[in-house]
Design a protein around this ligand. Structure first.
Ligand code: GLA
Length: 363
């Protein structure tokens, strides 16, 4: 089997159109998606777009459906780019995901403030939330398969984050957001999306939140694990525990923003020993000259460990979406980092991690 696979991979190297694809290999398991940036949505990145068509069957917009982009001023909605995003997905028969309706970031100040600069009251903010959701979700009713309704409402310790949404509306802002989204498109899947749910205290808070939503009669189709991972955090076992815990509540799991930060300086405590020993490793551009082969292999093994968990839990996992198409697109290049978090390089060529991931689906 392995020999056949290796022969297949070698034979198709360089022949883009016959290269095995993520969407084919994982067809029986889950959808495989990518987040699209503006050039990809606007048709200004032909190579990026053809790779997306060849490899993925689900898309998420990196930015164009966030509040500040789609609804920058009180009476102004900007649907030009989102319309193109949805058209791209429809033309290519992809699952089209909406991201994101209610979040504390990338949301303009005016949403929370009144004309005198003081915070608005609960009723006004609920009305603004309602109108935003009704307008945006309503516009793509029946076309967008599922929405990240609320993003990042839980804190590290499991309590609800002290966001303007919580402070002004109160705890039920989450139930309300789901109800408004359901009214706007009763057939859309609705997700709660967050990062670091692999850490026990935060996971506990999110599990309690999902239970509460269910008790309020809200249908949560899936919990989104963002999947902004590092080389050693979280362990595959932590990821598996997390998937199992949410599945036990009867919700699906979607991995919504997968990438793996490889820059030593951004590894946090786990890398502390290394950093002490080698001060060059504290530089954000430590890998500016390229990712060495040895690290390509480390990344490939890391992806293998994660995908083994996703495949083993395919009954619970509905989708795995990468946060970007190629390494050059990734937000993890911010702050001077030169990063290599995805399966395709800056020229959209497959990396060893791509082959490693495919293998997990061919077993
Ligand atoms: C969060 C959001 C994404 C994106 C990333 C990093 O995970 O959900 O939309 O902004 O942060 O940029």
């Amino acid at each position: 089997m392995l020999a056949v696979l290796v022969a297949l991979l070698m034979a198709t190297r360089g022949a883009a159109q016959t290269q095995p694809s993520l969407k084919e290999v994982f067809k029986k398991d889950f959808l495989v998606g990518a987040a699209l940036n503006y050039p990809q949505i606007l048709g200004l990145d032909g190579r990026g777009d053809s790779l997306v068509r060849q490899q993925f069957n689900a898309i998420t917009p990196e930015n164009c459906l966030k509040w500040e982009s789609v609804h920058p001023r009180p009476e102004t909605y900007s649907f030009e780019v989102p319309d193109k995003y949805v058209a791209f997905g429809e033309k290519n028969g992809m699952a089209i995901i909406g991201h994101t309706l209610v979040w504390h970031h990338q949301t303009p100040r005016w949403v929370f403030d009144s004309a005198n600069g003081k915070p608005v009251d609960r009723e006004i903010l609920l009305r603004r939330m309602h109108d935003h959701i009704a307008t945006v979700v309503g516009r793509y009713k029946g076309r967008i398969k599922g929405w990240d309704v609320v993003n990042e409402a839980v804190d590290e310790d499991g309590s609800l984050r002290q966001s303007p949404w919580l402070k002004i509306i109160g705890e039920d802002f989450i139930v309300k957001a789901f109800q408004f989204a359901h009214e706007a498109d009763p057939n859309a899947e609705l997700y709660y999306n967050d990062y670091s749910l692999e850490n026990a205290p935060k996971r506990k808070g999110a599990l309690a939140l999902v239970k509460k939503l269910q008790e309020s009669g809200v249908h949560v189709a899936a919990v989104g694990l963002q999947g902004h991972y590092k080389l050693v955090w979280p362990s595959p076992a932590q990821v598996e525990t997390t998937i199992t815990a949410f599945a036990a509540l009867g919700v699906k799991v979607v991995v919504t923003e997968l990438d793996i930060d490889v820059v030593p300086a951004s590894q946090g405590n786990e890398g502390a020993d290394l950093l002490l020993n080698n001060k060059d490793m504290r530089r954000a551009d430590f890998y500016a000259a390229g990712l060495p082969d040895s690290m390509q292999q480390v990344l490939a093994r890391r992806y293998t460990g994660l995908f083994a968990v996703f495949v083993r839990n395919a009954e619970a996992v509905d989708r795995v979406t990468f946060w970007g198409v190629g390494d050059g697109n990734s937000w993890l290049n911010s702050g001077g980092r030169v990063n290599y978090p995805l399966l395709f390089d800056r020229k959209y060529q497959p990396k060893p991690a791509f082959d490693a991931v495919l293998k997990t689906g061919m077993k």
